[in-house]
Design a protein around this ligand. Structure first.
Ligand code: ZN
Length: 328
């Protein structure tokens, strides 16, 4: 099944310019090269309601750029081209304070010659070459929501179209269908509770990960949640659901989501983990999560996740987590 899956992904890669990251233990979201022809205005956004009025602050941010010709997405190991060193001073010799991965967003402070001073998610401030940054973007930050009805959330159904994602051992169940169904049920419950929900897809289509993030930039949400179901190299050897974050704000929400899903789902909780995934790294929304909601190639998990009420249990857990999140 794995070979078939990889073959399909390879086809998808040819068709859409996707470069596939190494398939490791977890079902990794494939990476996409930055060049595509779709512009922001071509993207269809389906936002169901407007979030209630809140105060706005503006923040200047930059995305870390590394020439795609330099890095190898087929390697699962980190290479020096996967990140840029953040230095104490605007030169190549000063102390390295931290590093920023390609696609990672940092707060823009100022430009100094050929360098840009930034603040990393860790809070560390330093200089990176201007050549390693994309255009400075002004991001509107909404005042903290105090009620779920003030929240604006992007729900991303992983995979779609030619990219089926993980497959069940009998080949009858595709991850792309599970994610879409789950997102629809979750979205419905959130909408009923006043949340403004934007969907990256509402049918069986493949959206490049770059466009998923462009769409998010356009709708400026509080929270981004990418829904996936998992795959493991060996059938029936891995079980449970896992909550991934990249930025620290995501970790906070991730802890609440993990606890609430554990209370509502019949599967093992594999806990909250740092995940270097494209969709949650290459986004300016720090409150981003990638949820793996059970293993499609585990017959145990599959029997649970294909039950009719499973998406509703996911939805109830997520709603409770969001209620706690705004109450904090
Ligand atoms: Zn997936």
């Amino acid at each position: 099944m794995k070979n078939k899956w990889l073959w399909l992904v390879a086809l998808a890669a040819l068709a859409t310019g996707i470069v596939v990251a190494g398939m490791k233990m977890q079902d990794q979201a494939p990476e996409v090269t930055p060049e595509t022809s779709t512009t922001n205005s071509d993207l269809q956004t389906t936002t169901t309601s407007e979030a209630k009025e809140r105060g706005v602050t503006e923040e200047k941010m930059v995305e870390v750029y590394v020439d795609p010709a330099l890095y190898d997405t087929s390697s699962a190991e980190e290479t020096p081209y996967d990140y840029v060193s953040v230095r104490e001073k605007a030169d190549t010799e000063s102390e390295v304070l931290t590093k920023l991965h390609r696609g990672e967003w940092a707060t823009y402070i100022k430009t100094e010659g050929d360098y840009v001073k930034v603040r990393a998610d860790s809070g560390k401030e330093g200089y990176i070459p201007k050549a390693n940054t994309n255009e400075v973007q002004t991001i509107q930050r909404l005042e903290k929501a105090t009620d779920v009805s003030q929240l604006s959330v992007v729900l991303d159904a992983g995979h779609g179209g030619i990219d089926t994602g993980a497959e069940s051992l009998d080949g009858n169940v595709y991850e792309k269908d599970l994610t879409l169904n789950t997102v629809k049920v979750v979205g419905k419950l959130l909408e009923e509770n006043g949340v403004a929900v934007t969907y990256t897809r509402t049918d069986d289509t493949l959206l490049s990960l770059e466009n998923v993030n462009k769409l998010s930039l356009k709708t400026n949400p509080d929270i981004f949640i990418s829904i996936h179901y998992d795959n493991y190299d060996y059938p029936n050897q891995a079980h449970g659901f896992t909550t991934y974050y990249y930025y620290r704000d995501g970790q906070k929400l991730g802890n609440l989501v993990s606890q609430q899903l554990a209370a509502s789902l019949p599967l093992t909780n594999n806990d909250v983990r740092f995940g270097n995934y494209y969709v949650i790294r290459q986004t300016y929304i720090p409150t981003s999560l990638l949820l793996e909601l059970g293993y499609v190639n585990s017959d145990h998990d599959l029997s649970e996740i294909t039950k009719e009420d499973y998406p509703e249990k996911v939805a109830q857990g997520l709603l409770k987590a969001l209620e706690q999140y705004v109450a904090e």
